[in-house]
Design a protein around this ligand. Structure first.
Ligand code: NAP
Length: 458
């Protein structure tokens, strides 16, 4: 692609999770002159890595070291504490930059939309995850751990993360970066029995084997499944035998070991995690506060790999004092841009965003979960961001003349508006204080849990 030598592509990236950084990295590696501003609503970077990855999975969080290298590149400017749509509008960004890339992730949990979902004690996964990860938006949430039974709905890795936080010994959790305020409450938790409930069978569970296996390693905890669930129907067996379906086969091996624990359910001294299958949530029951979850028993219908759960006439009620829904996520809506109502993503054609009339908005792109939905591991977002940048480069060859007029003086604009933006070196000051406070407590860091406390550091 031939681009004039004097031309510097000005790019604004909205969101500083892994996808935002990986989009910046791909642009830096694209062989063009570029200047990139990464905008973040919170004063701190890293999005999902800081506030989504489980706090007891600190190894995974070390990817921030790679992201720091990208942030510290001379062509990259990080501006935290800037909310797009409030402090600066999207149309203003489009005047300041040639390209705007949305990497805003999927911050909101999908809801089940069933009776009783608003009862006290019923929480979407994002609320609990945000709370125990110290996200400023979730610190006023309260969780009642006084009952000994909890139910988690959903058979994905997020449900497993929640299950571990509920059942891991407190001394193990103290080694994580869960804030002290949350640890204090978790220390008083009476939770002894957790039901991890899926609407389909073991072959369809979305857990990754490593995470599923990790549950079985929890100290003083019995993980069990009823062996009847391992008697597979024809279509399930076909799915399991499919050569490419390694995940299901590996998971099946772990489920078999857990089925051997079914008789240990009576071990009064141990915590119990029961993995339940084929149950469709129908209602949360209780008077103001949740007391049980009512499920319809399911059967599977359809050919292999397309089996859906069909509720039968029989029902099952599981008593609980806390219930979590962990059934996926959806993204934020942005004025003027079309959101896919089913997937919760920003509607796009190969990363190019679409307006409410269905037309491509030239210069606007998406990467990461907001582009493709909530799936994959952190590295998946690197490929996804590279793909977005490849599309940008294709378009650039066509639209470069139009782009020549953009100018970027966002910082001045924010100063005039009295927005206290946070630069990457400001963040490093906050970071160092968190790490130091953490060291005093024998943990990786003690996070600031409010925006004001972060801003007070700088
Ligand atoms: P997920 O893997 O898509 O699992 C969602 C679960 O919710 C599925 O079991 C799904 O069942 C169920 N579900 C959806 N709608 C439902 C409904 N109406 N009623 C009952 N159940 C329903 O999502 P996730 O757990 O939120 O994870 C998102 C992504 O992050 C995944 O790619 C995951 O692997 C990744 N992640 C990775 C890690 C890690 O690597 N350690 C940790 C956390 C998350 P069906 O299958 O029947 O639809």
């Amino acid at each position: 692609m031939e681009i004039a030598k004097h031309f510097t592509l000005q790019v604004a990236i909205i969101g500083s999770g892994p996808s935002g950084f990986y989009a910046a990295e791909a642009l830096l590696n694209a062989g063009i002159s570029t200047e990139i501003t990464i905008l973040e609503k919170l004063p701190c970077p890293y999005g999902l890595i800081r506030y989504g990855v489980a706090p007891d999975h600190q190894k995974l969080k070390r990817v921030t070291q790679t992201l720091d290298v990208i942030a510290e590149h001379p062509a990259v400017t990080f501006l935290g504490n800037v909310e797009v749509g409030k402090d600066i509008q999207i149309n203003e960004l489009m005047e300041l930059y040639h390209i705007v890339i949305f990497t805003t992730g999927m911050p909101k949990s999908s809801l089940l939309d069933i009776e009783g979902e608003s009862l006290i004690g019923v929480h979407p996964s994002s609320t609990f995850i945000g709370w125990y990860n110290g996200h400023p938006d979730y610190q006023t949430q309260s969780f009642d751990f006084s009952n000994d039974q909890a139910v988690i709905i959903g058979h994905g890795n997020v449900a497993i993360d929640i299950c571990r936080v509920l059942t891991k010994p407190i001394d193990e959790l103290r080694k994580s970066d869960i804030p002290e305020t949350a640890l204090e409450l978790l220390n008083k938790s009476n939770i002894k029995n957790v039901h991890l409930v899926g609407r389909r069978g073991p072959v369809q569970a979305k857990f990754t084997t490593k995470e599923l296996h990790e549950l079985g390693k929890l100290e003083n905890c019995n993980v069990s499944i009823n062996p009847k669930h391992l008697n597979l129907g024809e279509a399930c067996q076909q799915e399991l035998d499919e050569i490419s379906n390694q995940l299901a086969r590996k998971n099946h091996g772990v489920f078999q070991t857990y089925s051997n624990n079914f008789t240990n359910i009576q071990h009064a001294d141990k915590k119990q995690i029961a993995i339940d299958f084929m149950l469709n949530p129908k209602a949360f029951k209780g008077d103001k506060k949740v007391q049980s979850v009512l499920f319809a028993q399911n059967r599977l219908k359809g050919p292999a790999f397309k089996q859906v759960s069909i509720p039968c006439n029989s029902q099952l009620e599981i008593a609980c004092g806390l219930a979590f829904t962990s059934v996926g996520f959806s993204g934020s809506k942005f004025y003027g841009l079309h959101t896919d109502p089913n997937k919760g993503i920003l509607s796009n054609v190969n990363s190019r965003l679409i307006n409410e009339h269905g037309d491509i908005v030239y210069g606007m792109y998406a990467a990461g979960w907001v582009k493709r939905g909530p799936q994959g591991v952190i590295g998946t977002n690197r490929e996804c961001a590279q793909d977005t940048v490849d599309q940008i480069l294709e378009d650039l060859a066509i639209f470069v003349d139009h782009f020549a007029s953009a100018k970027h003086d966002l910082m001045n604009m924010l100063k005039v508006r009295n927005i206290q933006f946070v630069t990457f070196s400001d963040w490093k000051v906050i970071d160092a204080i968190e790490i130091e406070k953490g060291q005093q407590l024998g943990k990786p860091r003690e996070k600031f849990t409010s925006v004001s406390s972060m801003l007070a550091c700088i």
